[in-house]
Design a protein around this ligand. Sequence first.
Ligand SMILES: *Cc1c(COP(=O)(O)O)cnc(C)c1O
Length: 397
Amino acid sequence: MKEKIIYFDHAATTPIKKEVLEEMIPYLTEQYGNPSTIYKLGREAKKAIELARERVAKALNADIEEIYFTSGGTESDNWALKGTALANRDKGRHIITTTIEHHAVLNPLKYLEKIGFEVTYVPVEPNGIVDPNKIKEAIREDTILISVMLANNEIGTIQPIKEIAKIAKEREIIIHTDAVQAVGQIPINVKDLGIDLLSLSAHKFYGPKGVGALYIRKGTRIHPFLQGGAQERNKRAGTENVAGIVGLGKAIEIANKNLNEYASKLQKLRDKLIDGVLSKIDYVRLNGDRYQRLPNNANFSFEFVEGESLLLLLDTKGIAASSGSACTSGSLEPSHVLLAIGLEPEVAHGSLRITLGEDNTEEDIDYLLEVLPEIVSKLREMSPLYESVKKEGNKDV
Ligand SMILES: *Cc1c(COP(=O)(O)O)cnc(C)c1O
């Protein structure tokens, strides 16, 4: 029998929805035509892509011609940053971002620094939110691009993108936002936000892995990312991932339709979890703003605990969650996001990220609130530092 797993890692990925998979299957089997061909089999594949484009445009309040399909969030971010940097380098070579971006933004920017661009990393406030005034102060004569994420993948904080976009537009600077965590969780309206570029990825909202999209506002100066055939109006070459694109379109349509209901359900569970953890466990802090955060995200730091050990013990209880260090890459570096909000490296190491999804129930939260205090105590019993703090009776965090 399959062991029941309580999955609390929806920021890492989500399971594909049944209705999404069902729409995809024909394009993996009998509807296999290449969308660039002119016979019926090809035309039908093309039609399916265009329906998906329409659905994405509708979900974002974009125009249909402003949506381009990619291989995921990482590609969309790379394209947005490198594509605009190269297309606008005659105007200037300065780019502004924040210290809490995803590596899919930070690493392309590091590459751009190597080839002659300059990047300013604006720090965030202790609550994990960037102050738009600090973005404004970082602007120079030669600033060509500002990239700030809509919602953070680790601590869930929602950034004031509308205000930042307004500042960017006053100076005619291109503005990109990585909305990979935000889509399907908070309403997104590209016209209202006033942005030029927005990245999204299907597998973060119950669609398939390996497919995403980039919104490019009409008139934005950007180079194509992949050169080859004429797909995606000459901007992104390569035979389209038809089934993936179909899945993305269906997933975003469903996510948008259920947005309010989904968000309020998860927010209730999240608040129960946060209140429970903060009241049941000592020497713990909630990372990121208490309210200005995604409805599904809770991120805690437990002093005198190793995040990796915490995850392993949770795993033995059938719970899948994430910690604040990049353990998957084999490195034990604490998360750059937790350091950016001012955590000491030792505290950042004892972090736990719980990201909820539609299958989670109140019983799941009760179960976590039952096992987590026991696990934390058990780990602290092995910490000499905790023993000495306990003796001194110092309970300040
Ligand atoms: C997951 C994620 C990405 C990368 O998306 P992929 O589709 O996995 O390449 C980029 N940015 C953020 C904020 C993410 O959460």
